[in-house]
Design a protein around this ligand. Structure first.
Ligand code: FMN
Length: 456
C-alpha cells in the first residue's frame, strides 16, 4: 500500500490562490512525505503542454509518483477525451472519475454505459485507464454498481477507484478487488483521525493490507486546518509502518524482521507505560545493536544492567527513600513519597540501566559519555524497529552513590539512562513535529577568506 495526497484536500487554498499546484507538490513531498499525488481537475489554472510538462517534471524531481488525475464525473462529451489527454500529458496512468447523479429516468443507466464505453475507447487510445469512483447520490454507489457497469462496458480500460469502505461490504468482492487500481479513503474527521483515529486507520490498513496500489487519504471538504491534516497523515504513516513490520504480518521474512532505519528514526516515540515482558534473548539482541554505536578508541565504556520483578521494586523503594531523605520528608510524607517512586519504576516490566565508566582523562570521559548516549538511542531505535516499546528516563537519583551501589556499579560510573522497556505500547504517539528551519546554519566563509584560500 502506497499513500497519495489529492489536491482535493487543499481545495480551499488552491481555489483562493493561496497555493499553486507547484507549491502543493512541494508540500506533498517535503512536509506530508507521501509517495504519490492525485491532481484534481478543478485546480488547473491552464492545461497547455508546457505547463503540464512543468508539473510532471516537478513531481519527478521531487520523487513523487503521479498516481492519477481526477475529474468529478464522465460528461459523455469531448471533455472526457480532453481530461484523458491531460492525464496522459501529466504521466498519470489513471483518470479517476465518477458516475452521473442518480436519476429516476429509466434511460439514465444506458446513457451512462454509452458514455463509459466511449470514454474507455478514448482511454485506450491514450494509454490511460479510466478508474471509476463510487459515491452516494450517483449511479454508482456501491460494489454491485461498479460490477454492473464493468459488465456492461466490458473493457480492460475501465477499472475502479472505489471508496475504501467498499471493502467492508459483506457481499462478495469478486470482480472488485482485482479491478481496483486506487482506493480512496475520506477521513471521517481530520482532528479525530490525528488524535484517536487509530481504529479507523487500523481498519483501513487491515482492509488494504495486501493492496499494492495507491491509497488516497482525503480530508473531508471544508474541514480542519492544514496542520491537523498533516498530523492525521503522519499518524496514518506511522501506523502503516507498524502494521507492515508487526510480527505475524508475513512481511518479516521479506524485510529481515525489522523496519528500515529511516522509518524507525522517524516514527520512534517515547512510550511512558510499556506493557509486557521482553524475552532475555531479545534484550541481549537490543544490547548488541546498542553497542554498534560510534565509540572513539573503541573503549566500550557502556554497561547495561537489567532490573525487573522484585529487584525493580527494591530499587523503587530505595530510590524513594533516598529521595525522601534528600527532601527531609518524614512519617506519612516519607511513606507516600516512597510509594510514588515505587509506582514510577513499576511503569515498565523491565528497566535497562545504561551506565558509562568515567575515565581519568576528561576528554576521554566526555567522549565515552557521548558514545553511551548514542548507544542508548541505538537501543531505542532497535526496540522500536522490533515493535517493542521503550522510553529514556533519568531523574536526580541516577547520581546517588547508593543507587549505583545497589546496581553493582562503580561510584565513578555515570548512569546515562534508565530505559523503560516493554513488549508493546498501550498507545503510540504520532511522530512529533520538528522545527528544523531554525537549527541549521550553512556556514559560508567570508569572501576574503575564500579568496585567500584560492591563493594557498
Ligand atoms: C537525556 C534524556 C533524559 C530524559 N529523561 C526523562 C525523564 O527523566 N523523564 C521523562 O519523562 N522523559 C525523559 N526523557 C524523554 C524525553 O522527555 C522525550 O524523549 C521527549 O519528550 C521527546 O519525546 P519522544 O521521545 O517521544 O520523541 C529523556 C530524554 C533524554 C534524551
Amino acid at each position: 500500500m502506497k499513500i497519495a495526497c489529492s489536491s482535493a484536500s487543499f481545495s480551499a487554498r488552491l481555489d483562493a490562490g493561496a497555493l499553486t499546484q507547484l507549491e502543493w507538490l512541494d508540500l506533498c513531498a517535503n512536509e506530508l512525505e507521501v509517495d504519490g499525488v492525485v491532481f484534481d481537475a478543478r485546480h488547473f489554472p491552464r492545461r497547455d503542454g508546457d505547463y503540464l510538462a512543468q508539473l510532471k517534471k516537478t513531481a519527478a524531481d521531487l520523487g513523487l509518483t503521479v498516481a492519477a488525475l481526477e475529474c468529478e464525473r464522465l460528461s459523455g462529451t469531448s471533455d472526457d477525451a480532453g481530461w484523458l489527454q491531460t492525464a496522459a500529458d501529466l504521466g498519470a496512468p489513471l483518470l479517476v472519475t465518477g458516475a452521473p447523479s442518480a436519476s429516476d429516468d429509466p434511460d439514465a443507466w444506458g446513457r451512462f454505459a454509452d458514455a463509459a464505453k466511449q470514454a474507455a475507447s478514448a482511454a485506450k487510445r491514450r494509454n490511460v485507464t479510466l478508474a471509476l469512483r463510487n459515491a452516494a447520490g450517483t449511479l454508482c454507489t456501491d460494489a454491485a454498481d461498479l460490477r454492473h457497469i464493468a459488465k456492461d462496458v466490458d473493457s480492460a480500460w475501465l477499472r475502479f477507484a472505489p471508496n475504501a469502505s467498499v471493502f467492508s461490504e459483506s457481499e462478495s468482492l469478486a470482480g472488485i478487488i482485482e479491478k481496483t487500481l486506487l482506493a480512496i479513503h475520506v477521513m471521517s474527521d481530520t482532528h479525530g483521525f490525528a488524535q484517536n483515529g487509530d481504529r479507523e486507520a487500523a481498519q483501513l490498513i487491515e482492509r488494504l493490507r495486501r493492496f499494492r496500489g495507491f491509497v488516497v487519504l482525503e480530508r473531508p471538504a471544508s474541514d480542519a486546518p492544514d496542520d491537523a491534516f498533516h498530523a492525521a497523515l503522519a499518524r496514518f504513516l506511522a501506523l502503516r509502518s507498524r502494521a507492515l513490520y508487526e510480527p505475524g504480518s508475513g512481511n518479516e521474512a521479506l524485510l529481515g524482521g525489522a523496519m528500515d532505519a529511516i522509518t524507525a528514526i522517524r516514527t520512534r516515540r517515547s512510550v511512558g507505560r510499556p506493557l509486557g515482558d521482553v524475552p532475555p534473548a531479545t534484550v541481549e539482541g537490543l544490547i548488541e545493536l546498542a553497542t554498534c554505536a560510534p565509540n572513539h578508541h573503541l573503549t566500550e565504556p557502556w554497561r547495561f544492567t537489567i532490573v525487573a520483578g522484585e529487584e525493580r521494586d527494591q530499587l523503587g523503594r530505595l530510590w524513594g527513600s533516598l529521595w525522601a531523605q534528600s527532601q527531609g520528608l518524614e512519617g506519612d510524607a516519607r511513606r507516600e513519597s516512597i510509594a510514588r517512586d515505587l509506582a514510577k519504576l513499576a511503569r515498565a516490566p523491565q528497566l535497562v540501566i545504561v551506565s558509562t565508566r568515567t575515565d581519568d582523562d576528561p576528554v576521554v570521559a566526555e567522549e565515552d559519555f557521548a558514545a553511551t548516549a548514542a548507544a542508548v538511542q541505538n537501543f531505542l531505535l532497535a526496540a522500536h524497529a522490533r515493535n517493542l516499546a521503550a522510553m529514556w528516563r533519568t531523574g536526580p537519583m541516577i547520581h546517588d552513590p547508593a543507587i549505583k551501589a545497589f546496581l553493582g556499579l562503580n561510584p565513578r560510573d555515570r548512569i546515562v539512562a534508565t530505559i523503560y522497556l516493554g513488549s508493546s505500547a498501550a498507545a503510540q504517539a504520532p511522530p512529533r513535529p520538528r522545527r528544523n528551519q531554525s537549527i541549521t546554519h550553512w556556514l559560508k566563509a567570508p569572501l576574503s577568506t575564500q579568496t585567500e584560500r584560492k591563493h594557498e
